[in-house]
Design a protein around this ligand. Structure first.
Ligand code: ATP
Length: 219
């Protein structure tokens, strides 16, 4: 069973890495693919280039045999629709392998705005985790009605259900609450504050070497 964690990773941080690790252990994944977005269609362009964000994801994944940074969206000129990425992975990995799309609560709450979102359930399971500062995904009052209906129809509480079918379930994974965001890291760096202990040192060294996220003189 393979996990897929998409994001801007601008930069990748311990919130992403613990999310992937705890989901991998919680639902027994054989691997997690981190897929940095190329040109995100649903938000402002990232601050660092796709090449830099991919390089940082590779550095963060190195040394963990479960983790793999996937270049496909950064390398593509097309809009990085998750439904297209999952379709491509399905073609490569076959129809029977269970795939788990991993989402933090903020991403899950916005799911109905994603391109052809109901199709996602035909391509993968969704494993969702809480994120500090966002409503818990199992608080159905906080979900758009169409997503609440999917939650009621597809929610499973036994990880065996994820292994027994290739796609279509929703599973809630409890993880360590880490109130870390890339936005906050970029703000710290731009203000000249330290971002140590929020992300791996090897990623921070890369950021400093390449002068990413520094405030430009006119700001
Ligand atoms: P930004 O602050 O630039 O919006 P971000 O820190 O939210 O970035 P993304 O790359 O947008 O990071 O997130 C990718 C995925 O990781 C999303 O599913 C998001 O919910 C999840 N995620 C990010 N940070 C955390 C965290 N601290 N805890 C749980 N999930 C997280």
């Amino acid at each position: 069973m393979i996990g897929i964690l998409g994001g801007t990773f601008d930069p990748i941080h311990y919130g992403h890495l613990r999310l992937a690790q705890e989901v991998a252990e919680g639902v027994a994944l054989n691997a997690v693919r981190f897929i940095p977005t190329g040109k995100p269609w649903h938000r402002a362009p990232p601050h660092a280039s796709g090449c830099h964000r991919l390089a940082m994801a590779r550095l963060a994944c190195a040394g963990n045999p479960l983790f793999w940074a996937d270049a496909r969206e950064v390398a593509s000129q097309a809009p990085g629709y998750t439904v297209d990425t999952l379709s491509a992975l399905r073609q490569e990995l076959g129809q029977d392998l269970p795939l788990c799309l991993i989402l933090g609560a903020d991403a899950f709450l916005g799911l109905t705005s994603w391109h052809r979102w109901p199709l996602l359930f035909e391509l993968a399971h969704i494993v969702v985790a809480q994120r500090p500062g966002f409503p818990s995904p199992d608080d159905q009052a906080g979900l758009p009605p169409a997503l609440a209906a999917q939650w009621r129809a597809r929610r499973v509480t036994d990880t065996a259900a994820l292994r027994n079918t290739a796609a279509g379930h929703i599973y809630l994974q409890t993880i360590t609450a880490l109130n870390i965001s890339a936005t906050r890291i970029r703000a710290d760096l731009a203000a000249g504050r330290s971002a140590r202990y929020l992300l791996p040192d090897i990623v921070l060294d890369y950021i400093h070497r390449n002068r990413l996220y520094e405030r430009s003189p006119q700001q």
